[in-house]
Design a protein around this ligand. Structure first.
Ligand SMILES: [Zn+2]
Length: 290
């Protein structure tokens, strides 16, 4: 009889404890906690026993990597043009005993970006048929470049500004070119005189280093798991495609090539096919993350 009671006791008290432990093990958090259109986000899932963790948010694949602490992290974000309002982050935690689905409802808040007007050479607003061919070929090239990112994070610690020059608050600005073409500015412009040293913001592999129509001399670095940084309008390229670069390594010199009004560095951050605010990435504390 006594043995029977003990068994009942164990049954009723172990089940709830296991359940609570599972819930605790899979808490999702986002940093920054207030999510703004165009912002990078560090997504963390506490799941020490998981074999892998994957997710989906606003049609983008979210790839997690394991920290030694047992937390799974993903450096993700919300595109500058993402719709404001509720969104759902779906996370699947795979363990030895099976998989568990987690859903996180995330409100996306509006960012207040400015509008501006610019004047550039007419060929950048109304390209001719030959130039259109060149532009279309480059669209396909960029699709190939962005189709495959490294399957592990290649970055380590914080991202650093590519030039010592001041960053403008130009990200997300709605722009009119020559009073005609409207587009959203998907990077940050740094005031950098021609010849300023442009450095790798973090470690990664150079997946594009060549002259393009709008971007001018352009370098794209793959930092892994869908995260890229892009440097445009350079006067000189000092790295080659396929080269592994370290944080702070010289990539080239700033300039005024491509669609520009004058010398500057256009620096962009892309995750999956979303463009994120580079200044916000530079402010993120990632030293303890990877
Ligand atoms: Zn720009």
């Amino acid at each position: 009889m006594l043995r029977c009671c003990a068994a009942v006791f164990v049954f009723f008290f172990t089940i709830p404890f296991t359940f609570i432990a599972q819930l605790r093990a899979q808490t999702v958090s986002l940093t920054p906690a207030v999510v703004i259109a165009g912002a990078p986000e560090l997504v963390s899932v506490r799941a020490p026993g998981a074999a892998s963790v994957e997710g989906e948010w606003l049609g983008h694949k979210v790839e997690f990597f394991r920290r030694p602490s047992g937390t799974w992290d993903a450096l993700a974000g919300v595109d500058v043009e993402a719709p404001v309002g509720p969104s759902t982050l779906h996370i699947t935690v795979h363990g030895s005993a099976g998989s568990q689905e987690l859903t996180e409802n995330i409100e996306i808040h509006a960012a207040h970006y400015r509008t501006g007007a610019l004047t550039v050479a007419p060929k950048f607003v109304s390209p001719g048929p030959e130039e259109m061919q060149e532009i279309e070929a480059e669209v396909k090239l960029k699709q190939r470049v962005f189709a495959h990112s490294a399957s592990e994070p290649l970055w380590h610690g914080d991202f650093h500004a590519p030039v010592p020059a001041r960053a403008t608050d130009s990200f997300g600005t709605r722009r009119m070119f020559n009073g005609k073409l409207a587009s959203i500015h998907k990077g940050t412009d740094f005031h950098a005189a021609t010849g300023t040293l442009v450095r790798a913001s973090n470690s990664g592999v150079v997946v594009l280093a060549r002259k393009l129509y709008f971007e001018g001399n352009c370098i794209v670095i793959d930092h892994g798991l869908g995260l890229y940084t892009l440097s445009m309008h350079l006067s000189r390229i000092d790295v080659h495609e396929g080269e592994h670069v370290r944080t702070g390594q010289l990539l080239g010199l700033s300039g005024a090539t491509g669609r520009v009004t004058g010398p500057h560095l256009h620096w962009a951050v892309r995750w999956e096919d979303a463009y994120l605010d580079p200044v916000k990435l530079l402010k993120m504390n990632l030293a303890d993350v990877h």
